[in-house]
Design a protein around this ligand. Structure first.
Ligand SMILES: *[C@@H]1O[C@H](CO)[C@@H](O)[C@H](O)[C@H]1NC(C)=O
Ligand SMILES: *[C@@H]1O[C@H](CO)[C@@H](O)[C@H](O)[C@H]1NC(C)=O
Ligand SMILES: *[C@@H]1O[C@H](CO)[C@@H](O)[C@H](O)[C@H]1NC(C)=O
Ligand SMILES: *[C@@H]1O[C@H](CO)[C@@H](O)[C@H](O)[C@H]1NC(C)=O
Ligand SMILES: *[C@@H]1O[C@H](CO)[C@@H](O)[C@H](O)[C@H]1NC(C)=O
Ligand SMILES: *[C@@H]1O[C@H](CO)[C@@H](O)[C@H](O)[C@H]1NC(C)=O
Ligand SMILES: *[C@@H]1O[C@H](CO)[C@@H](O)[C@H](O)[C@H]1NC(C)=O
Ligand SMILES: *[C@@H]1O[C@H](CO)[C@@H](O)[C@H](O)[C@H]1NC(C)=O
Ligand SMILES: *[C@@H]1O[C@H](CO)[C@@H](O)[C@H](O)[C@H]1NC(C)=O
Ligand SMILES: *[C@@H]1O[C@H](CO)[C@@H](O)[C@H](O)[C@H]1NC(C)=O
Ligand SMILES: [Cu+2]
Length: 594
C-alpha cells in the first residue's frame, strides 16, 4: 500500500496532454446522400475528429490553414478558458482570422465535464463542415456507475450551397426582410442512417449536441425514455424526458436504458423545428432517423411520426451541485433584440439599437495595447462591438428582451449562466410593449431557488430571459445569438470582463504577452493587432477609422417599401435593363458609412 501522499501525487499526474495537428483542408463529402459538395475537413477527413478528454487534461491543437482561399479559426464551445481568453477563438474578438498558409496553436485545459463541441468562429463558416463534438469525462461524476457505455448523438441541419454564397444572398437589399437560407436536410452523426449498437438491459449515456447553425431540433427515442443528467456541461439531478428540444449549440446528456429483449430495433428521430423556416422548401425532409441496433439481422423500422411536439422544459432542471440563485445582483443590464433595415436596404440585427461589426483590431488586442487608464472606456473598442464592461467578481444580470417574432438561441462565452426568468409572449406573461414588464423581472419569490445553468438559452418569440453569472473569469467574451445568419448581421455584444485584472494577468508586455504565432497570423493576413477599434495608436479616442454600419434608412422607409422597390427594380430588369441598373445603383449609394 502506497502512502496517501504518493497516491495523491499519482492522482495529480494523471492529467494528460492531448496534442493534435489539424490541417484544415477542403474535402468532398455527401453527408445527406443527396448531393456531393466540397466541405471543410481536417487532415483530409470529414466528419472531423471527436475530441474526448478527462477533466483536468490539457489540449494542444496546432491548426494549419490549408484551405487556400478562406481564413479560419477554432472556438471550443462552452469552455471557460479561465486564464486563456486568447485561446477562445472568435476572430475580431480574441484573435485575428488565420489566413491561408498560416498556423496557430490553441493551448488550454478542459477543467469541466460533459458535452461540448468545437467549431470555426470566423465569417459564419462552420456550417460548411468545420464543427465536431468534444466531450470531457468526469471521474467524479454524480452519475458514475449508472451506465456501461456512451455514445455521441450529434444533430445538425445541412445545406447544399456553401456559406459564402448563402451569406451573399442573405445579406443583401434583395432580402430586406432577412429570410434565412433554407436547409436541405437534417443529419444525425453527420449522416442519414446513424446506428447505435446496444446490449439488452444496459444503460447508455448519450451526448446529444446540435452542431447546426440555425434551426432547433426535436429529438426522441422511440419506445424508450430519456433521463437528463447534464445540460451544457452542468450535471443535473435526473429528470425524465420523452422529447427534447435542442437549439443550435445546445447540449444534453441523457441516460437511456435498453429493453430486455432483442426482438426489434428502434428508431431515434431528430426533426427540424419548421416554425423557424420562413418557408418550408418543397421536398425538405425535416426528419433524420438513427437506430438503436439490438440485433443487426433485424430490419430497421420506419419511425412513427408525432402529431405534435410537447418538449421537456429545460427551465425545470436542477444542477447537481445545488448552487443557489445569485440574489444580490451588482450589475444589471438590459438588452433589446430588434431586426431592422439600414440605409443599404439590407436587414440587420440589433442589440439596443447597435448592430455588431468586427473592427480593424480584435477587441482583446485593443484592450492589451491601450494605455491602462483607457481600458475601461468602451469607446476605444468601437461603438459597434457593443462592448459592455463588467467588474471583477460582481454578479451580472442580463435582461434580454426579444422584440422579434423569431426564436433566438443566445450563447455566452466562458460562463454558465443561471436562467432565473424565461417568459413567453405566447403564454401571455410578457408584453414587449409594456415597459414596466420589460424593466422589472418577475417578483423574487417566482425565481427558482437553484436555477438551471447552461451556456445557450432559447429566447422565445417576443419573450424575454433573465440570466445571471458571476464575473470571475477575466477576458473578452462574446454574448450572441448562435444562429449564424443573425450573428453575421450583428446580433452580438462583447462582455469586457474585469479588464484591469486581465491586464494584470497578462503582465506588462501588452499584446506581446500573447503567443507569437497568434500575432504572426495577424501580420500574415494584414490585420492590425495594436490600437483602438480603428487601429489608431496615437489618439486612442479618435475612432474615425473604426468600422461603422450604413446609415439608417431615410424616415418613412420600411422593409415592405424595400420589397416593393426591389420588386419594381426586378420588374424593370425584366423590361428595361438600364432602369434596373439605375435603381440598384441608387440604392447602393445610400450605403454611406462613416
Ligand atoms: C439510409 O437508409 C435508407 C432506408 O433504409 C436507405 O434507403 C438509404 O439508402 C440509406 N442511405 C445511406 C446513405 O446509407
Ligand atoms: C499536414 O500538412 C503537412 C504539410 O503539407 C504535412 O507534412 C503533414 O503530413 C500533414 N499532416 C497530416 C496529419 O495530414
Ligand atoms: C472517451 O474516452 C473514454 C476513455 O477515456 C472512453 O471510455 C469513452 O468511451 C470515449 N468516448 C467516446 C465517445 O469515444
Ligand atoms: C475555396 O475552394 C473550395 C475548393 O475548391 C471551393 O469549393 C470554395 O467555393 C472556395 N471558396 C471561396 C470563398 O471561393
Ligand atoms: C501550453 O501552455 C502551458 C501552460 O502555459 C505551457 O507550459 C506549455 O509550454 C504550452 N505548450 C505549447 C505547445 O504551447
Ligand atoms: C429487465 O430485467 C431486469 C431484471 O429482470 C428488470 O429489473 C428490469 O426492469 C427489466 N427492464 C425493462 C426495461 O423491462
Ligand atoms: C417528419 O416528422 C414529423 C413529425 O413526427 C411528421 O409529421 C412528418 O410527416 C415527417 N415528415 C416526413 C417527410 O417524413
Ligand atoms: C438598452 O436599452 C434599454 C431601453 O432603452 C435601456 O433601459 C438599457 O439601459 C440599455 N442597456 C444598456 C446596456 O445600455
Ligand atoms: C405591465 O407589466 C407589469 C409588470 O409585469 C404589470 O404589473 C402591469 O399590469 C402590466 N401592464 C399592462 C398594461 O399590461
Ligand atoms: C477562474 O479561476 C478562478 C481562480 O483562478 C476562480 O476563482 C474562478 O471561479 C474561475 N472562473 C470560472 C468561470 O471558472
Ligand atoms: Cu438569432
Amino acid at each position: 500500500m502506497l502512502p496517501w501522499f504518493i497516491l495523491f501525487l499519482l492522482g495529480l499526474s494523471k492529467a494528460t496532454t492531448h496534442t493534435y495537428d489539424f490541417n484544415v483542408t477542403w474535402v468532398t463529402a455527401n453527408p445527406d446522400g443527396l448531393y456531393e459538395r466540397p466541405v471543410i475537413g481536417i487532415n483530409g477527413q470529414w466528419p472531423i475528429p471527436i475530441i474526448n478528454t478527462t477533466v483536468g487534461d490539457r489540449v494542444i491543437i496546432h491548426l494549419h490553414n490549408q484551405l487556400g482561399n478562406e481564413s479560419t479559426s477554432l472556438h471550443f464551445h462552452g469552455f471557460f478558458q479561465n486564464g486563456t481568453t486568447e485561446m477562445d477563438g472568435p476572430t475580431g474578438v480574441t484573435q485575428c482570422p488565420v489566413p491561408p498558409g498560416s498556423s496557430i496553436t490553441y493551448n488550454f485545459t478542459t477543467d469541466q465535464p460533459g458535452t461540448y463541441w468545437y467549431h470555426s468562429h470566423d465569417q459564419g463558416q462552420y456550417p460548411d463542415g468545420l464543427r465536431g463534438p468534444f466531450i470531457v469525462q468526469d471521474p467524479d461524476s454524480p452519475h458514475k456507475g449508472k451506465y456501461t457505455g456512451e455514445f455521441i448523438l450529434s444533430v445538425s441541419e445541412w445545406y447544399h450551397k456553401q456559406i459564402p454564397t448563402l451569406l451573399t444572398s442573405f445579406m443583401s437589399y434583395t432580402n430586406p426582410t432577412g429570410v434565412e437560407p433554407e436547409p436541405q436536410a437534417a443529419l444525425m452523426n453527420d449522416g442519414p442512417n446513424a446506428t447505435f449498437p446496444v446490449q439488452p438491459g444496459q444503460t447508455y449515456f448519450f451526448h446529444i449536441v446540435n452542431m447546426g447553425a440555425f434551426v432547433g431540433q426535436y429529438v426522441w427515442f422511440e419506445g424508450h425514455h430519456m433521463r437528463v443528467i447534464e445540460v451544457d456541461g452542468v450535471w443535473t439531478e435526473e429528470a425524465e424526458a420523452d422529447l427534447l428540444y435542442v437549439t443550435a449549440a445546445q447540449r444534453y446528456g441523457v441516460l437511456v436504458t435498453m429493453k430486455n429483449d432483442t426482438s426489434a430495433n428502434f428508431p431515434i428521430v431528430s426533426s427540424i423545428d419548421e416554425d423557424m423556416l420562413d418557408k418550408v422548401p418543397p421536398g425538405l425532409n425535416p426528419n433524420v432517423t438513427g437506430y438503436l441496433i439490438y440485433d443487426s439481422t433485424q430490419t430497421l423500422p420506419q419511425a412513427q411520426w408525432l402529431d405534435d411536439f410537447n418538449p421537456f422544459d429545460d427551465f425545470t432542471l436542477v444542477p447537481s451541485d445545488g448552487l443557489g440563485i445569485f440574489d444580490n445582483v451588482d450589475h444589471s443590464m438590459t438588452l433589446d433584440v430588434v431586426m431592422d433595415n439600414l440605409g443599404d436596404g439590407q436587414n440587420y440585427a440589433f442589440l439596443n439599437d447597435t448592430t455588431y461589426l468586427p473592427q480593424k483590431v480584435p477587441t482583446l488586442y485593443t484592450l492589451l495595447s491601450a494605455p491602462e487608464d483607457l481600458v475601461t472606456n468602451t469607446a476605444i473598442y468601437g461603438e459597434n462591438t457593443n462592448s459592455l464592461i463588467v467588474e471583477h467578481g460582481e454578479v451580472v444580470e442580463i435582461i434580454l428582451n426579444n422584440h422579434d417574432i423569431g426564436k433566438h438561441p443566445f450563447h455566452l462565452h466562458a460562463h454558465n449562466f443561471q436562467v432565473v426568468v424565461r417568459s413567453d409572449a405566447e403564454a401571455g406573461d410578457f408584453d414587449p410593449t409594456n415597459t414596466t414588464a420589460l424593466t422589472t423581472a418577475a417578483p423574487a419569490p417566482a425565481f427558482p431557488a437553484v436555477p438551471m445553468r447552461r451556456d445557450t438559452i432559447q429566447v422565445p418569440p417576443h419573450g424575454n430571459v433573465v440570466l445571471r453569472f458571476r464575473a470571475d473569469n477575466p477576458g473578452v467574451w462574446l454574448f450572441h445569438c448562435h444562429i449564424q445568419w443573425h450573428m453575421q448581421t450583428g446580433l452580438m455584444a462583447t462582455i469586457i470582463e474585469a479588464p484591469l485584472a486581465l491586464r494584470a494577468q497578462k503582465g506588462s508586455q501588452g499584446v506581446q504577452a500573447l503567443p507569437a504565432d497568434h500575432l504572426a497570423a495577424c501580420q500574415a493576413g494584414g490585420t492590425l493587432y495594436e490600437g483602438n477599434a480603428g487601429g489608431s495608436t496615437s489618439d486612442w479616442l479618435d475612432l474615425s477609422n473604426a468600422n461603422y454600419p450604413p446609415d439608417p434608412l431615410p424616415a418613412g422607409f420600411t422593409a415592405r417599401g424595400i420589397v416593393a422597390l426591389v420588386f419594381s427594380v426586378v420588374a424593370a430588369f425584366l423590361g428595361m435593363a438600364a432602369i434596373s441598373w439605375y435603381g440598384a445603383a441608387e440604392f447602393k449609394t445610400m450605403k454611406v458609412g462613416n
